[in-house]
Design a binder for this molecule. Sequence first.
Ligand SMILES: O=C(O)[C@H](CCc1ccccc1)CC1(C(=O)N[C@@H](Cc2c[nH]c3ccccc23)C(=O)O)CCCC1
Ligand SMILES: [Ca+2]
Ligand SMILES: [Ca+2]
Ligand SMILES: [Zn+2]
Length: 304
Amino acid sequence: SYNAVTEGTGVGVLGDTKKLNTYYSSGTYYLYDTTKAMTGVIETRTAKNLSSLPGSYSVDPDDNFNATNQRADVDAHYYAGVVYDYYKNTFNRNSFDNKGATITSTVHYGRNYNNAFWNGSQMVYGDGDGTTFTSLSGSLDVVGHEITHAVTERTAGLEYQGQSGALNESISDTFAMFMDQKNFLIGEDVYTPKIAGDALRSLSNPTQYGQPENMSGYVNTTSDNGGVHTNSGIPNKAAYNTIQSIGYDAAQKIYYRALTVYLSPKSNFSAARAAMLASAADLYGTGSTQYNGVASAWTKVGVN
Ligand SMILES: O=C(O)[C@H](CCc1ccccc1)CC1(C(=O)N[C@@H](Cc2c[nH]c3ccccc23)C(=O)O)CCCC1
Ligand SMILES: [Ca+2]
Ligand SMILES: [Ca+2]
Ligand SMILES: [Zn+2]
């Protein structure tokens, strides 16, 4: 038997068919993508509803990953490739560490697990319970959010608590918007599968899902690392304002430069405004339309 780079097909969480970069070895096809310009690979595994990581490779006998219990695997693999391509094509960033690190995803984590996370080394996705969530890898927003946590860890290193933690959260939500450019919602494809039209969070209207959209509404709490998933509404709204005033392309260039050049572990919201302005000045000049758009975006959410 021989080894080969192959192209398979799969059916995703929402029943959509897509092409997959797979690998053939000794009679089995693997969700193992060696086609990117990285030293590592994109690999997808399954925890088989237990919780030991990274779990075993997602495999198939005929390179057509169309079984119901393969849908989460298919989307985790496919969307990880989309996110890799976004960072490489937009910023020439080679994986989350910019050194071509392997991107590992594990699906079917736990039982009815209604969440997903980056654990410092890899992405992990639950199947959801079918009411609160369906398989969380079924959304590009979620996959982009998780991989961006890895990028943030290797760049600004924003501490995951309080304002720097809410900013960390917002960076992940914001880059998910840059990748998707479909709407300003997070998780709508996988959240409450029986209810249409809702989402986990909204960047255009954070208050719709219980988040503040102005500094005046900052929530002081000890839960959730100081409310990082709540207070992210404030920088999320600033990001929405920025995109609305200067467009996706200028906004993403400013955000990426801020993340990789100016932000640091303890940066708070005010430091974020300063970082975005410094980036806008570097890229477009002080007093430019972009610079002024950023300034007003943050002033409107009460951050000066
Ligand atoms: O990456 C993150 O920020 C979230 C990671 C949460 C987590 C952290 C550590 C261990 C386990 C889980 C996961 C996501 C998130 O925002 N989770 C929120 C909302 C949420 C999802 N499932 C939940 C179940 C119950 C309560 C809240 C939630 C949270 O954990 O708060 C990101 C996109 C979608 C899921
Ligand atoms: Ca979305
Ligand atoms: Ca829903
Ligand atoms: Zn997050």
